[in-house]
Design a protein around this ligand. Sequence first.
Ligand code: MN
Length: 235
Amino acid sequence: MKYLFPPPAVAALPVRGRDEQFPIRRIFCVGRNYEAHAKELGNQVDRETLFYFTKAAAHYAPSGTTVPYPPGTANYHHEMELVVAIGRAGFRISQELALEHVFGYACGLDMTRRDLQAALREKKLSWDIAKDFEDAAVVSAIAPASSIGHPRSGKIELKVNGDIRQSSDIGLMIHSVPALIAHLSGLYHLQAGDIIFTGTPEGVGPVVAGDRLEGMIEGVGDIALNIGAEEVGAK
Ligand code: MN
């Protein structure tokens, strides 16, 4: 095959204890999966409705890097989340069999242009530019389920410059990992390489240039991100 220009590099996650990386196929994100977070953004808690948005794999940024403060926002937020990495394809997967499709788990930061999200939400418009932008999907190395099992509870925490901003427990998710996989696989043919951000607990807030984010999920691992200066001028 000849291409007009080099095809994009594959975005891939390191895997703890393995030389092989996990190539990212699609990035699904769950909205409002912790009651206290839904409330803090002024949303009704709706336990029946599950909704998603997506991020391009090209918008992945590895843990530990420095990303520029993004354009178009004055309210750039962190959302610390458990990420599920799908290792086996499946369609209409039952909750009972769902975990057999999980390769492992990672920590994720669903970085968000909150001011744009609020304005778009107000006008009932798509959130795309608020959620799916360059470096907006930060993910740590994957901890394989073969090593850590399938965590159902455990502390999830995010610090900014050493101060705790988010602190909760992944056991407080409204929709569990098996429930998410069962539901999402009724809408898409899940494939190896798909990852799912499972929603953030309360305590989301703004970051600015110079900030250092450090997150952890008990039994899964940790994640870090440095916020750099906003780019100025055109290239
Ligand atoms: Mn989120």
